[in-house]
Design a protein around this ligand. Structure first.
Ligand code: ADP
Ligand code: MG
Length: 193
């Protein structure tokens, strides 16, 4: 699934939505190019209302997402993420659970603010945080591809698909060959430059 074609046609079919699988990727573990590890400081995004949709997405800096953008097409991906302790002296304390490894669902997409010449990666961590964590370090391991970007005609359809993506992520990560990445500190504690 290592394809890098630029502008995949977004498509929108009810048939596709209804036929979505409940689990994705091989049962015996991630297939190349996965796992893909990323690390960087969480940046402010463009405030496209992710929070209003109940799905805040942490933006990673351009350098950090190169391992993805160089090998993968736009779409929705899943894996694990870990938000690190706050920078020294920061007022925000995420608590013990906040800095654990959590499942994540990520959107890799072309950014209209850069005339679709640059990609962005936005990570929704499947955990209720008590505070925002802008400026924190985040480590991510991407384990598989879920679906292409779809063309949305309604907010409800988008919300439904996000809920399905989260369920697909949890089902897919429930297999031992994926769950084992949760305790793998080679990605969750690594500081890649
Ligand atoms: P932005 O446009 O700045 O990315 P969002 O509405 O997408 O704004 O919110 C993203 C921010 O919300 C993240 O940078 C992070 O600080 C915070 N946040 C809180 N909970 C989560 C979560 N579960 N997953 C991702 N980000 C979260
Ligand atoms: Mg965001």
């Amino acid at each position: 699934m290592a394809i890098n074609h630029k502008h995949d046609e977004p498509f929108s079919t009810e048939a596709y939505r209804e036929a979505r699988p409940h689990k994705v990727g091989p049962d015996d573990g991630p297939e190349p190019p996965f796992p893909i590890v990323m690390y960087g400081l969480v940046q402010a995004g463009f405030g496209r209302g992710s929070k209003e949709l109940g799905c805040p997405t942490a933006n990673l800096p351009e350098e950090a997402i190169r391992p993805m953008t160089s090998q993968c097409k736009a779409g929705i991906y899943y894996g694990y993420a870990r938000v690190h302790q706050p920078p020294k002296g920061a007022p925000v304390d995420l608590g013990e659970q906040g800095i654990e490894v959590h499942p994540m669902v990520m959107s890799l997409g072309w950014n209209p603010f850069y005339k679709n010449e640059k990609m962005t990666a936005e990570v929704h961590v499947i955990h209720e945080f008590e505070h925002d964590f802008y400026g924190h370090e985040i480590s991510v391991v991407v384990l598989g591809y879920i679906r292409p970007e779809l063309d949305y005609t309604s907010r409800d359809a988008l919300k439904e698909d996000i809920a399905t993506d989260i369920q697909v992520t949890l089902n897919s990560l429930g297999r031992p060959a994926y769950t084992k990445f949760k305790n793998d500190t080679t990605w969750s504690h690594a500081k890649i430059k």
